[in-house]
Design a protein. Structure first.
Length: 508
């Protein structure tokens, strides 16, 4: 990768002092339908290259498309969740341009008649403030295939010896969600961009319309950015950073492009309207191709598809089916569970919200549910490179197991140390918490005589510690409890041992 004068950057403070960013985000979402947008080919991720194709998605002569009804319903649900108006009548258009992985040499999309328009999404920021992102449109289209450039060092066409094309992805249903220009964000523009994409991802996941796995390309963000001098009302020339595929990268791409534009403008230069490639390793963008305007795509109505006119009663039914918005749901659960803002954020970031909700419903306390799901199983899932929910599913570990484990503790069958051993056994496939406890002989000693004998022995063996406790230094009791636990091979009730020690030493 080479850099040019157009890749130089200005310092962040100088950038935000002199310029105001204008930002627009285009998020492409692959819908989780079983078949493609205009044909019956499957959409399974990771299938053998070119194994999920047919004459329609390959653009062969005479092949006619048929609209996927589930995809249309998903598009309407997305539009409703984004507070959009739903078009009573809309149609598809052909977007004409050449790209090797687009077999028809045009993309079936929507142009001036999208299915959803004029919406908004309120985004909560880390300091508790909110920013309203205005939505221009959400329209339906089809995805392109995928080019693989072989032989180069970067995986891009420059320097490659040859290229391969996989058309499995061609024709997969896409929803493109386009914001209106965002102004007034100032130095918080990178944070707002990340928060918007994160909020949108949660919304779409809650709707069940996509798996929104950015690392697999099922959700991708194009970052449009320009700068205007402070005090100016005229937008600058924009760049479009394509296919940014992580929340962190969205934030970094906005920040980099702001400083790059600022360096060009401060030097008296002109920003080129172009697409840019994001490089995760360097945190930089590099030039792609000069960006086309809408008229360059020669849009015209798709002649092989009839217009769509969703009936009002269908739209009303879809509206009624919408789940609780993620922000409202998190607030409700936080109030019910008593989590702090930090605890809730950690739970959400770890993808544990659903598991904890199911575990509480199974009878566990919110604190115990968070403790067990964010502990050993989370560590193992991270080591496997997967999320906790997927890992638990692979192991057959359920919320009911966590509730059962907590019940063993609250009933005084197990102490915390024993419970951890039982949980490890569950994760190792040894059975339910009760079965593991039975097999391993995990059981708090209920014999008060045995506990008293162990306590008396430990007190006699530690006269200096015992004397400190007699003198009122109650915090020293922890050392004796540890000795009692050791004496009873971890099977003592720590609370009962503490009470007995203090009683014998005159501090009850």
């Amino acid at each position: 990768m080479t850099t040019t004068a157009h890749d130089a950057v200005l310092g962040w403070e100088a950038t935000v002092t002199a310029y105001e960013p204008v930002m627009g985000l285009e998020v492409h979402v692959e819908l989780g339908t079983a078949t493609k947008m205009f044909c019956g080919c499957p959409t399974t991720f990771g299938a053998q290259p070119n194994s999920q194709v047919c004459p329609v998605c390959l653009g062969l002569p005479g092949a006619l498309p048929v609209v996927n009804e589930v995809a249309v319903e998903s598009a309407i649900r997305i539009g409703l969740a984004l507070n959009c108006e739903i078009a009573p009548w809309c149609r598809f258009a052909r977007k004409n341009y050449f790209y090797p992985d687009m077999p028809k040499n045009f993309q079936t999309s929507q142009y001036d008649e999208p299915i959803a328009f004029n919406g908004h999404l309120d985004v909560d920021l880390e300091d508790g403030s909110a920013y309203r992102v205005e939505i221009e449109r959400a329209h339906m289209e089809e995805d392109t295939g995928k080019s693989l450039h072989v032989g180069g060092a970067t995986g891009r066409i420059h320097g490659a010896t040859h290229s391969l094309v996989d058309y499995n992805r061609a024709g997969i249903p896409l929803i493109e969600i386009v914001t209106k220009p965002m102004t007034g964000a100032g130095e918080r523009a990178p944070e707002i961009a990340r928060a918007y994409v994160a909020t949108l991802r949660d919304l779409l996941l809650g709707l069940g319309v996509s798996d929104v796995k950015m690392e697999q390309g099922s959700m991708r963000c194009d970052v449009n950015l320009s700068l205007m001098p402070r005090g100016s009302a005229e937008f600058g020339t924009r760049s479009e950073t394509k296919n940014v595929n992580s929340l962190r990268s969205v934030e970094r791409a906005v920040r980099f492009e702001m400083t790059r534009h600022a360096a060009i403008l401060s030097a008296g230069g002109s920003v080129v309207q172009e697409t840019r490639h994001w490089h995760e390793d360097t945190g930089m963008t590099t030039a792609g191709r000069v960006k086309s305007d809408a008229e360059d795509y020669r849009y015209f109505p798709e002649p092989d598809l009839v217009p769509l006119a969703p009936p009002a009663e269908v739209v009303a039914a879809l509206r009624a089916s919408l789940p609780e918005p993620p922000v409202a749901r998190r607030k409700r659960l936080q109030d019910a569970w008593g989590y702090s803002d930090l605890e809730l954020r950690d739970v959400v970031n770890a993808g544990l919200l659903d598991l904890i909700e199911q575990t509480v419903a199974a009878g566990a306390s919110p604190a115990a549910a968070r403790k067990w799901w964010s502990g050993e199983i989370a560590r193992r899932a991270n080591a496997e490179g997967t999320d906790v929910a997927s890992y638990a599913g692979q192991l057959g570990v359920t919320p009911a197991h966590v509730a059962e484990l907590e019940a063993l503790v609250t009933s005084s069958r197990l102490n915390d140390s024993m419970a951890r051993q039982a949980w490890e056994g569950v994760l190792d496939g040894e059975g339910s918490p009760t079965a593991v406890a039975d097999a391993r002989g995990l059981q708090l000693v209920a014999d008060t005589g045995a506990l008293a004998a162990a306590v008396e022995k430990v007190i006699a063996a530690n006269p200096e510690v015992a004397e400190k406790i007699r003198d009122g230094k109650v915090q020293a009791v922890g050392a004796l409890i540890g000795q009692v636990m050791k004496e009873m091979r971890g099977q003592a009730d720590a609370a009962a041992a503490r009470e007995l020690i203090l009683s014998l030493l005159g501090q009850a």
